[in-house]
Ligand binder design. Structure first.
Ligand code: NAP
Ligand code: MG
Length: 484
């Protein structure tokens, strides 16, 4: 495939960065393969995009919801016709396997259609006034220009689940995609452009997080910021927004547990642990990283898990035989390897994996074999800190009650799952688990676009995305009182 030359998109046009500087995006399966050249934008580029979004606000806001929805339906149809191409670019740019990348693109299309339909759904309530002659109701109004800052791990689905609701509720958008996946981002931008979106309604600026990301957080004409990424960056974005009174929404890390009770169906629990923990090379914010198993079945579960993980084929995500691709970038690979070292140094037992693959044809990629740690205790770094890689930490619990305590022993609270057939245990888990997504007999990483998504504790700003929850962030409520 040819190298791509990507530009910024603002005011309905593709534009190089004012500095003309470019960066490269490379294939994590082969560091020598350049996927594309991308702009390294600066403040003047950002200012121009924000200005375009500001000028487009009124015209966009004045359209009806269904008129705005038509643009999203068209973008969805265009993306549908390009699923194979977008999936392939995603795999080559960030490493997840082709079926995962195509599946994510299809998810993006479904999200577009869901929010296109939201343009025709109710936005308010009628509330009885104490004045018998008066009419009181609520309606919703857009924030204005919304800044979208998105990560590389879901380069299509995450930006779309922010951009689509922002647009349908009448906001204009300035989007800063992750540098790591800017070529994939440009494909998404092309679909919106081809859908005929009016100039300035959606703008995309590619550049470093510290310049463009922070610039969005601090820009006086950006009225709301929706961010997904790491905790440190998220908190800085939130503080910058708070300091100037802008609305913000942060989705950040996780340290998601799966609890295996004594009566669990062990084969299904092993499947869920592998799928939840290792798909996308463990680089999902909802990925399973702590596997908390009660003592009665600990050894049995461990054996089954190791046996199955040994069968997983690591390789280039483009190959149909590959089950798990590389880490998305070199820094991520180094982080994973350093946590493996730390785990061993702190006394956990590395049962399997956690090394660079032996196959020398993989030397140029950012590969780490899936790792399983035994004898992990809750205070260890690998049980507390987000690794964002293919590492499973097995923790033994003396009872189901202790398993829940261990599961809650973390600063994060995004997703959690339990495997049990006992309704009492299910209900205890649902009530006591401190997480925004609690899943019974299902892996931690399942997310449905029509349901609220977000975390408790340090995992989010306590807001929710997706489904009808999105309206809460992307609009303000107006309470209307009319006296004839
Ligand atoms: P990251 O470094 O926080 O980057 C996320 C986004 O923020 C990127 O677009 C990045 O730009 C930008 N950014 C970087 N520095 C910035 C700054 N100083 N000010 C404003 N923006 C800045 O995270 P990542 O490494 O891409 O993604 C991995 C992390 O995201 C993991 O910790 C994971 O848990 C979390 N995540 C959470 C969720 C969720 O929904 N809870 C979903 C996915 C990922 P550049 O690309 O240019 O650096
Ligand atoms: Mg790359």
């Amino acid at each position: 495939m040819n190298e791509q030359h990507v530009k910024n998109y603002m005011n309905g046009q593709w534009r190089s960065a004012d500095s003309n500087e470019t960066l490269t995006s490379i294939n994590p399966a082969n560091r020598n393969e350049i996927i594309g050249y991308i702009p390294s934008s600066g403040k003047s580029d950002l200012n121009a995009a924000v200005q375009a979004s500001k000028e487009a606000r009124l015209g966009w806001k004045k359209l009806s919801g269904s008129q705005r929805g038509d643009f999203l339906f068209r973008a969805a149809d265009i993306m549908q016709s390009r699923v194979d191409e977008i999936g392939e670019i995603m795999t080559r740019e960030m490493g997840k396997t082709l079926p995962e990348a195509k599946g994510e693109t299809l998810r993006g299309i479904a999200i577009l259609r869901y929010y296109a339909g939201e343009g025709m759904r109710k936005v308010g309530d009628v509330i009885p006034s104490t004045d018998a002659d008066a009419f009181m109701y609520t309606t919703r109004t857009p924030l204005g220009s919304v800044g979208v800052i998105s990560p590389w791990n879901f380069p299509v689905a995450i930006p779309i689940w922010k951009i689509a609701p922002a647009l349908i509720y009448g906001n204009t958008v300035v989007w800063k995609p992750a540098t790591e996946t800017a070529v994939t981002a440009a494909k998404i931008m092309e679909c919106f452009h081809d859908a005929g979106l009016p100039a300035g309604v959606l703008n995309m600026i590619i550049g470093s997080g510290s310049v463009i990301g922070q610039g969005i957080a601090e820009h006086e004409d950006i009225n709301g910021i929706t961010f997904t990424g790491s905790n440190n960056v998220g908190k800085a974005v939130g503080q910058a927004a708070l300091a100037r009174g802008a609305k913000y929404q942060l989705e950040m890390g996780g340290k998601n547990p799966i609890i295996i009770a004594a009566d669990a169906n062990l084969d299904l629990a092993v499947d869920a642990t592998i799928s939840g923990g290792l798909r996308s090379t463990g680089q999902k914010c909802t990925a399973t990283s702590r596997v908390i198993v009660v003592k009665e079945i600990y050894e049995q579960f461990k054996e089954k898990l190791v046996e199955r993980v040994k069968e997983l084929k690591v390789g280039d995500g483009i190959d149909a035989a590959t089950w798990m691709g590389p880490c998305a970038n070199e820094k991520q690979m180094e982080t994973v390897l350093s946590y493996i070292e730390k785990g061993v140094a702190e006394g956990a037992v590395l049962l399997y994996g956690g090394t660079r693959p032996e196959n020398s044809s993989l030397d140029n990629g950012f590969y780490v074999t899936p790792a399983i740690f035994d004898k992990v205790t809750s205070s260890m770094s690998i049980a507390q800190e987000e690794i964002f890689g293919p590492v499973l930490a097995l923790i033994e619990a003396t009872s189901f009650e202790e398993a829940i305590e261990l599961a809650n022993d973390t600063e994060y609270g995004l997703s959690a799952s339990v495997y049990t057939q006992n309704i009492g245990k299910m209900l205890t888990f649902i009530q006591d688990m401190e997480a925004g997504l609690v899943r019974v007999n299902a892996e931690t990483a399942g997310v449905e676009l029509q349901a609220p998504f977000g975390g408790m504790k340090q995992s989010s700003s306590h807001s929710r995305e997706q489904g009808q929850a999105a309206i809460e962030f992307f609009t303000s409520i107006k309470t209307v009182f009319i006296k004839p």
